[in-house]
Design a binder for this molecule. Sequence first.
Ligand SMILES: [Zn+2]
Length: 352
Amino acid sequence: MLVEIPELDAADETALQCVESLAYAHSRGAHYVVATKRALAPFVAALGGRFAGILNAIAASYAQSGELRRHLPFRVRVEPRHEAGVQCISDGDSALFLVPAGYFVEPSRVSPSRLVCEDNTDATVIAAAADAHFSRTALTRVGRFALHSFGGGGSSLADQYLAHAQLGPAVAVVDSDRDMSDGALGGTADAVLRAHASSVEGRNVGRPVVLRVRELENLIPAKVMRDMLTSADSREYQERVEMISRSLISESARYADLKSGIPCSMAALLGLPSCSKCQSRGQRETDCAAIAIQGLGVAFLQRMAKLVSTQTARKVGEALFSQSIAAWQVDEWKAIAKIVAAFAFAAKPMRV
Ligand SMILES: [Zn+2]
């Protein structure tokens, strides 16, 4: 992430350790530090040695910080105080974390940011989407993408997020599990938001992102679904994939439960065939809860994780941001990717 160092007192031990840690993080490509020559001059004198070289390089690239900020939904500014809370100020599209200098003295907090997801498959796909977004912005010219991904929270995702957020900057991406746009949030998303509000906010640099759609499965682009099919897949499977991929044009597909299956009543909205019982009766019950299309979501997502882990960021970007047939999917991918990429933005490692 982008960390701004203002003018601080180099005689203050905490400020000195903070600048030393951040300079180190910048030089090994964990985060990206911006500061003016004037702000860094007293620290160049105080730290000397190899740190002088790093700080001078940071100061020399200050001119491009304005351009970088335009691509980032948030940034961090160090404040000349030892402790007390982290403040997050929202200003329209961008947010500013005001962080006490003491925060960065802890070594784990200057490691690359952490991405926490419900499982490894989700983490792989989301990290790839963020990397793809990153590679399409000007950020890639001056920096690199550095992120540590963690999956496997499941129902304990809130605890996982809390644990990671205490170690360092953390972003969690979680399914909403909503049935409809104004439906209730699922238990996992609710727990993560509560954990953030009660424990993380005010002390750490972190953010939970709840999908606007039901789950990550709803965001698999139709073309990607079809591209996943192999000649080994049964004809029935191929037909079901084709039907579901076509149905993704419809906005109702945002809240379809692809993980377990599409109920008969939802199938009508998506233009999919009704369940066998309704079919044999020749009419569809509007409240039929039978599963018309058995879940393919898990299989889709696993195949997608395999796919993105073998492709370049450019290819993944093409699949997620331009080849998708549904505009709402592209918008959602971009919204998630932009936030995660901001956490992952780091300087190119320096030779010092
Ligand atoms: Zn039915």
